[in-house]
Design a protein around this ligand. Structure first.
Ligand SMILES: [Zn+2]
Ligand SMILES: [Zn+2]
Length: 102
């Protein structure tokens, strides 16, 4: 019979429980290796490998353009191509502008 086992995630280093039912499931599937990652890291990996082109998880694959803030002159990056007919603001100025106009 199986009993709960505590394993250490090789990705985040956290301990997690490899439960008896999971072990049974693994054995049924014919997996001989114990899971190396905690459920969170496994889910994160799955979400990543699924692609998620517009799944909302795109973190670093968005192209950024460098621009100069029209308010303070600081160099900043924006997620769109600055067109030139609209002023571009850095994050600080953008949020303070919004605060002012609303
Ligand atoms: Zn983990
Ligand atoms: Zn600025």
């Amino acid at each position: 019979m199986y009993s709960d086992k505590t394993l250490t995630c090789k990705e985040c280093g956290r301990e997690f429980v490899f439960s008896a039912s999971e072990q049974e499931f693994y054995a049924e599937k014919g997996f001989t290796n114990e899971p190396g990652r905690c459920p969170e890291c496994r889910a994160a990996r799955k979400a990543q490998s699924r692609g998620g082109r517009d799944g909302g998880y795109g973190r670093s694959d968005r192209q950024m353009f460098s621009a100069v803030c029209a308010s303070c002159g600081k160099e900043t990056t924006v997620p769109f191509q600055p067109s030139g007919d609209r002023p571009v603001y850095c994050r600080d100025c953008y949020s303070s502008q919004r605060r002012r106009s609303w």
